[in-house]
Write a protein that binds this ligand. Structure first.
Ligand SMILES: [Zn+2]
Length: 150
């Protein structure tokens, strides 16, 4: 009995995901023109995060006819395999701008720019990973999607 409880505590620690950023309003998700990412891909990512205990709220997922990063928006675009990802060592990339009203830990997201590779074998895992970042999650070596070595 003691051993069983002990291993449960270890597991819950290992899988604990941490937020380094947060939204203080529900973001709009905008898919850039010509992106191969579909609304269904983003919905699948949000569904995945629900199974992990995170119910990320949005103002909706939209296809856009232009690609200008706006406030309170997660913008999604592609990059091709002949381009260097913007963050070295990562298949996808998520760049954020944020503000902090005090010197505390909480950083409030203002814009999120997500880049998804068009032709990687585990493209869906990359989308899940980058959407996790887009809602403020940090890397975690023990989480199969938020591991930095996806
Ligand atoms: Zn990452």
């Amino acid at each position: 009995m003691f051993l069983f409880l002990f291993s449960m505590i270890l597991n819950s620690k290992a899988n604990e995901l941490e937020f380094i950023y947060q939204w203080d309003t529900k973001p709009k998700i905008v898919i850039c023109p010509d992106s191969k990412v579909k609304k269904e891909d983003v919905e699948a990512a949000l569904e995945f995060w629900k199974t992990q205990g995170f119910n990320f709220k949005t103002k909706g997922i939209y296809y856009s006819d232009h690609c200008d990063l706006e406030y309170h928006t997660i913008q999604i675009s592609d990059y091709a395999s002949n381009e260097e990802p913007r963050i070295r060592g990562e298949l996808g990339a998520t760049n954020v701008t944020w503000i902090s009203w005090d010197s505390g830990e909480t950083k409030t997201l203002e814009t999120v720019d997500v880049n998804i590779p068009v032709d990687s074998a585990n493209r869906h895992d990359v989308i899940f990973h980058e959407i996790g970042h887009a809602f403020g999650l940090a890397h975690n070596d023990n989480h199969f999607i938020m591991t930095p070595k996806l």
